[in-house]
Design a protein around this ligand. Structure first.
Ligand code: AMP
Length: 459
């Protein structure tokens, strides 16, 4: 058995942050946040990152990985007046930029550290001005970072530490090219620190190409959900019956206090939003990548501060979200890639709290459910479909059986239908052939011989 499996959020033997011998300013900030002791990833990562070696951390969000990489970096970071940044943190989404910046600001409450968040979709000039004022730590998404490095607004000469967070998602989103471009524009003598929830082939390839002799810390192997999450599932006939079940469950406001509903596509997210609106109009929000940046941030904020109770979200956009006190994660559909299920349910039961996950699956999704159970090596508890919930016979377009149109236009063997017409001579492609070539062509036609080397080879 993998020795790392034994490490869970609860099993840290380290009793306090003092034992890590971190400086006072950091200790005070952490104690203001009421963090009692380092989580396993924090305990494991601290000495390794401090040693200056390249470090790879395999850890899900919710394990305290952000503090795990910022703590040793901040421990070492000295006050500087230089306007050039010394730490670069690359994250996949704008939302994560905001969260990481917010977290670092809390941890540096008693230090003088300048942190700048960079992401696309907003005016680049404002960010150029911010960078020109000087900064120590830059947190950003790959596309905008690359643009700012290219136009020299972001000076990279002094970057000694590079953190790539949620690298699996970053590669999923197709940022490989931008990442490689950024790497080439950074000083070669630097420490690389990388965090990923899962080790995929893409992640492995990135490590092979860029990380010399890395130290790996594995806190939770991919497929191991946190133990403090209760998991159950319902077998449901179709989309609209799932809607009915959700309507029924969500009416219990005492149990379902703060709910994220995961769904596979933007289209279905909007569809579900419209369906739930009549019952929960003032308790409901939806986020996906077609929504504007401002809209997404506002919805997340309203959900975070309790103004809305139910958040519908697609996988990619919700990854990396740091949302507290989620009582339930509802998987409206069953993810095809079992790891996504692990990511989804990791939104609840964060930072040592208990959480609940409910999976709704149709007959077509049974195989995906089994793949999830195999990955976790445990069964999801099946709950009987409630009698009170109406089974809908209405089907979405995708669920409707496909009607294969019969071709009533029989084509006779000797058909002279339009597509069988030979091109008229005047429309035939004309080649500029030399006299010799024309003779060759004629001969070839007559004796059915190959006329080119290529066609010779084919024969
Ligand atoms: P992360 O895995 O970095 O997304 O962190 C998840 C949540 O855990 C964040 O809201 C942190 O504020 C919180 N957290 C981080 N470290 C600790 C700790 N040592 N004790 C309690 N909560 C923590």
């Amino acid at each position: 058995m993998n020795e790392h499996l034994e490490l869970s959020l609860h099993s840290s033997s380290m009793n306090s942050f003092e034992e890590l011998s971190i400086k006072k300013s950091l200790l005070s900030a952490i104690s203001d946040l009421d963090f009692e002791k380092p989580t396993p990833i924090q305990k494991e990562a601290y000495p390794k990152i401090l040693s200056g070696k390249n470090v790879i951390g395999i850890a899900q969000t919710g394990t305290g990985k952000t503090l795990a990489y910022t703590l040793p970096i901040l421990q070492e970071l000295k006050y500087s007046k230089s306007f050039k940044p010394r730490v670069l943190i690359i994250v996949p989404t704008r939302e994560l930029v905001v969260q990481v910046v917010d977290q670092i600001e809390l941890y540096t409450k008693y230090m003088t550290v300048r942190i700048t968040g960079i992401f696309g979709g907003v005016n680049i000039k404002t960010q150029q001005v911010l960078l020109s004022e000087g900064t120590d730590i830059v947190v950003g998404t790959p596309g905008r970072l690359y643009d700012l490095i290219l136009n020299r607004s972001l000076q990279t000469q002094d970057i000694k530490k590079l953190v790539i967070d949620e690298v699996d998602i970053m590669l999923d989103l197709g940022f490989r090219f931008q990442l490689n471009n950024i790497f080439e524009l950074l000083p070669s003598k630097r420490q690389n620190i990388m965090f990923s929830a899962t080790m995929t082939e893409d992640v492995h390839a990135l490590i092979e190409d860029n990380f010399v002799d890395p130290q790996t810390i594995t806190i939770s192997v991919s497929g191991t959900p946190l133990d403090n999450i209760g998991q159950s599932c319902y077998s449901v006939t179709n989309f609209y019956t799932k809607v009915n079940l959700l309507n029924f469950l969500l009416k219990d406001r005492t149990t379902f206090q703060k709910v994220v509903v995961f769904i596979n596509s933007k289209k279905n997210a909007d569809r579900l939003f419209e369906e739930l609106k009549p019952s929960f109009w003032n308790e409901l929000g939806v986020i996906h990548s077609n929504k504007s940046q401002n809209n997404r941030l506002a919805t997340i904020e309203r959900f975070d501060d309790g103004h809305i109770r139910i958040l519908i979200a697609t996988d990619v956009i919700a990854r990396g979200l740091d949302l507290d006190d989620i009582s339930h994660v509802i998987n409206f559909d069953t993810p095809k890639f079992p790891e996504n299920y692990i990511h989804r349910i990791g939104r609840t039961g964060r930072a040592e709290k208990s959480g609940n996950s409910i999976l709704l699956y149709t007959v077509e999704e049974e195989n995906s459910k089994m793949a999830i159970e195999n990955l976790m090596d445990r069964k999801i508890n099946n709950i009987l479909f409630p009698d009170e919930v109406k089974i809908s016979s209405k089907l979405t377009i995708e669920e409707q059986p496909r009607i294969i149109e019969k071709n009533h236009h029989k084509i006779s063997k000797h058909s002279t239908g339009p597509s069988f017409h030979e091109k008229k001579d005047k429309n035939k492609k004309q080649y500029n052939l030399s006299g010799g070539q024309k003779i060759k062509l004629k001969k070839a036609k007559k004796y059915k011989k190959p006329i080119t080397r290529g066609s010779k080879r084919k024969k």
